[in-house]
Design a protein around this ligand. Structure first.
Ligand code: RTP
Ligand code: MG
Length: 141
């Protein structure tokens, strides 16, 4: 397995529930290291651009509305197989279908308010890290 970086977003519902620490502890316990982080409120333009791949989908407006509804915690996680490991920790998109013990099973309320985002592959991970943390290596290496 390769050392990877992936982008994690703790979404507005989870920030509002005050579980940034509990979610981050799960990353750390699984061997993922936080190498960059910022708590921000996304602009509508940023949220639309970030989820551009979903622009034509019926849920796009609800998704953007939700992502700008409150602050989000954006983190870069680093570790062996970090991309898949984070997706495993997150659980299925719909919390009703998420396996017991996953972040979404334990903290998410609905398919919209589903607690976390995680990059879904090497290309999206690189693009998403660059989107929020341009020049990251300046800070971490
Ligand atoms: P994310 O990108 O946020 O990590 O979630 P994901 O990969 O598990 O799911 P994705 O298919 O990329 O969808 C992005 C977000 O859009 C919302 N969604 N709603 N109503 C629906 O059918 C539906 N499908 C997706 C979810 O909030 C999902 O996280
Ligand atoms: Mg996705």
């Amino acid at each position: 397995m390769a050392l990877e970086r992936t982008l994690s977003i703790i979404k507005p519902d989870a920030v509002a529930k005050n579980v940034i620490g509990q979610i981050t502890s799960r990353f750390e316990a699984a061997g993922l290291k936080v190498v960059a982080a910022k708590l921000v409120r996304l602009s509508r333009a940023e949220a639309e651009q970030f989820y551009d791949v979903h622009r034509a989908r019926p849920f796009f407006k609800d998704l953007v509305d939700f992502m700008v509804s409150g602050p989000v915690m954006i983190q870069v996680l680093e570790g062996e197989g970090a991309i898949a490991k984070n997706r495993d920790l997150m659980g299925a998109t719909d919390p009703k279908k998420a396996a017991a013990g996953t972040i979404r099973a334990d903290f998410a309320d609905s398919i919209d308010a589903n607690a976390v985002h995680g990059s879904d592959g090497p290309e999206t991970a690189a693009a998403e890290v660059a989107f929020f943390f341009a020049g990251l290596n300046v800070y971490t290496r």
